[in-house]
Write a protein that binds this ligand. Structure first.
Ligand code: FES
Length: 134
């Protein structure tokens, strides 16, 4: 019986640690939380996404990139290493601030770890200057 109690304590501590890590990683990601899914789901406007860069859409858990002019991609913003939210796009890479994993902004693949799995892509569509789920 004491073994069960110990496991409960350990897993509770692990959850608290993860929550603390996520809170620490998610600092600054509080914008847009109340405005997600504006009727029909416009995620961003094309002009918001710089060519060769990208933008984190915190309220949707997405990062949208524009690797080449007119070519838009979207990926989960949840790092595949330990679940932190990526912070942005720098020098062609989507960057996780927690342990500095870098992901390719064109396909989400890992450029440098510790992450070993790519960021999952999210289908989007561009109509006019509006980017929405595809
Ligand atoms: S959680 Fe992203 S690099 Fe560790």
């Amino acid at each position: 019986m004491s073994g069960v109690a110990r496991r409960t304590v350990v897993s509770a501590a692990g959850a608290a640690g993860l929550a603390a890590a996520l809170a620490a990683c998610g600092g600054g990601g509080t914008e847009d939380k109340g405005t997600e899914e504006q009727a029909g789901g416009t995620l961003a406007r094309t002009g918001d996404i710089p060519v060769g860069g990208g933008k984190v859409i915190a309220g949707q858990g997405l990062v949208i990139t524009q690797p080449k002019a007119g070519e838009f991609k979207a990926f989960s913003s949840k790092c595949t290493h330990a679940g932190c939210a990526v912070s942005g796009v720098k020098d062609g890479a989507i960057v996780c601030p927690c342990h500095q994993s870098h992901f390719d902004m064109s396909d989400g693949s890992v450029k440098s770890g510790p992450a070993t799995s790519p960021l999952p892509p999210t289908p989007i569509q561009v109509v006019g200057d509006e980017i929405s789920f595809g």
